[in-house]
Design a protein around this ligand. Structure first.
Ligand code: F6P
Length: 521
């Protein structure tokens, strides 16, 4: 069995959407709100503590109907079932895609080629638990018998971005250990990180699925050299651990076999933080919180697997994205979390989405003749309002936005939070409703700036009709973060499925690596 290979543009639904687009492309969202007072309720969905309001999109109930028909016609249901069931849907690499097994709390087995992977998953989680408990409590010590104070994650891509994003997002739940990340092969960065560290009390976690990645291996060797200035080879086993599938290469580096955390070929790099790749997360926030993070994702997995598509949050987000990408010809999506904790969300999503869906060959091996992967960009609110939002509000490009906000602040500073959330809601309203010529005219008149009416009026008009999704989460926690990330993972899968591409390989990153190696040889 493999994923169905249906060119979406050949479906009846696509034809309906094409005709429908002609009818709706000039429709102004404010008029849709006037026509339908319950629009906000109609275009909303929720899962756990995550509420999605997608009413501020250039769509009607017909749009949604045809998009849902598209999902049905390409048999998305079958695609989702194959994803969860351990079928080798990563056909170009002949692998299953089972990040969902890593957070499977159902007690049911998950088979890959007839073999249940759950015992291995549980074994790995229990090893992560005992190891992180021992490091956090200080029972397991560095080579001079001092308790650890710092953890350095050495990895890149999926072996860095996910763990980094989560650790940066959850300091509120963190213990005394300070976590650092080394990814870039830039020696200056490595030196800057090492400058502040004590080799006796620093634990190095080398994360590389393949243990062949140039950046990670070079950085690991540099760190080892630095460590050996104060310690000897036999001390490596106390201060270095590794997460990898390549046990041979890890052992050759000098890491004790007891301190190798394994993973499996059915976990893709950018989907791997739920495995031992998340060891730095586990060390930073403790196993209980890490387990809550998994539970939040599991809750969304169940939702994605079993909720009808009209209420299925990842499916809805993916359909909206296809609507803009393939009919409005938008090129990018901007993601704006209104929480400084989420400053690493966008770099993480960039890999998740663009490495997965930046493909131009379909599942039939043919060049696609329609647009696929979006450009993902963004930053945290309110900072973006003083940076790129000018272009989103008044520029010439149509850029759909995901606004992500939290109802409750973590430190209880209500005054700040009220201002933060006022901006959060104001941005999506301003984009949608804009400000007309007439409004600007009146404003200038009441401000007694009659001269400006002739000179400044056009510059002060906001045309509006600019789309956004509003995602509101009760509170930032390991559980809710796990849910949010799983939503984006499944959105990414759904987009790739609809575009008839393979979302789980990344051959596009190889050529640059080859050329860099040639230049070095
Ligand atoms: O960027 C390419 C890539 O293969 C990613 O998919 C992966 O996350 C990253 O490199 C790191 O790979 P590894 O964990 O094998 O070092």
């Amino acid at each position: 069995m493999s994923l169905k290979k249906i060119d979406p543009t050949t479906t009846v639904a696509w034809k309906k959407l094409t005709a429908h687009f002609e009818e709706i492309k000039e429709v102004q969202m404010p008029s849709l709100f006037v026509k339908d007072e319950s629009r906000k309720e109609t275009f909303s969905a929720c899962v756990g503590d995550v509420d999605l309001d997608y009413s501020k999109n250039r769509m009607t109930e017909d749009t949604l109907k045809y998009l849902l028909e598209l999902a049905q016609e390409v048999d998305l249901k079958d695609g989702i079932q194959q994803l969860f069931s351990g079928k080798k849907i990563n056909a170009t690499e002949n692998r299953a895609v089972l990040h969902t097994a890593l957070r499977n709390k159902s007690g049911k087995s998950v088979l890959v080629e007839g073999q249940d992977v759950m015992p291995e998953v549980k074994k790995s989680l229990s090893k992560m638990k005992s190891f992180s408990d021992a490091i956090i409590s200080g029972t397991l010590k560095g080579y001079t018998q001092k308790a650890f104070t710092d953890v350095v994650n050495i990895g890149i891509g999926g072996s860095d971005l996910g763990p980094r994003m989560v650790v940066e997002a959850l300091p509120f739940y963190a213990n005394h250990l300070k976590t650092h990340f080394i990814s870039n092969i830039d020696g200056d960065h490595v030196a800057e990180i090492l400058k502040g560290l004590d080799p006796e009390t620093t634990l190095f976690v080398i994360v590389s699925k393949t243990f062949t990645t140039q950046e990670t291996l070079t950085n690991a060797q540099t760190v080892k050299k630095w460590f050996l200035k104060s310690a000897s080879e036999k001390d490596i086993k106390h201060n270095f651990v590794a997460v990898s599938t390549n046990l041979e290469k890890v052992s050759a580096f000098g890491i004790d076999s007891a301190h190798i955390f394994t993973m499996w070929d059915w976990v893709g790099g950018r989907y791997s933080m739920w495995s031992a790749v998340g060891l730095s997360i586990c060390l930073a926030i403790g196993f209980k919180n890490f387990d809550d993070f998994l539970s939040g994702a599991y809750m969304v997995d169940q939702h994605f697997e079993s909720t009808s598509f009209d209420q299925n949050l990842p499916v809805i987000l993916a359909l909206i994205s296809v609507w803009y990408n393939n009919f409005f010809n938008t090129e990018s999506e901007v993601v704006i979390p209104f929480s400084q904790y989420m400053s690493q969300l966008v770099p993480y999503l960039q890999q998740l989405s663009m490495e997965s869906n930046g493909k131009a060959v379909d599942r039939n091996g043919k060049d696609v003749h329609y647009q696929t992967g979006n450009i993902i960009w963004g930053n945290t609110g309110t900072n973006v309002q003083h940076a790129f939002m000018q272009l989103v509000h008044q520029g010439t490009k149509l850029i759909p936005v995901d606004f992500i906000g939290f109802s409750q602040p973590l430190h209880g500073n209500e005054e700040h939070h009220e201002k933060l959330m006022a901006n959060f809601y104001a941005q999506s309203e301003a984009l949608c409703f804009g400000k007309s010529k007439e409004q600007v005219h009146l404003e200038l008149k009441f401000a007694n700036k009659l001269d400006a009416i002739g000179t400044l009026l056009p510059y002060k008009v906001f045309e509006g009709n600019r789309p956004s999704n509003t995602i509101v989460i009760k509170k930032l926690s390991p559980y809710s973060l796990g849910s949010l990330i799983a939503i984006y993972e499944h959105k990414t899968f759904t987009q790739g499925y609809l575009w008839n591409i393979f979302s789980f390989d990344q051959f596009g990153v190889e050529l640059g690596k080859e050329m860099a190696n040639k230049r070095l040889s």
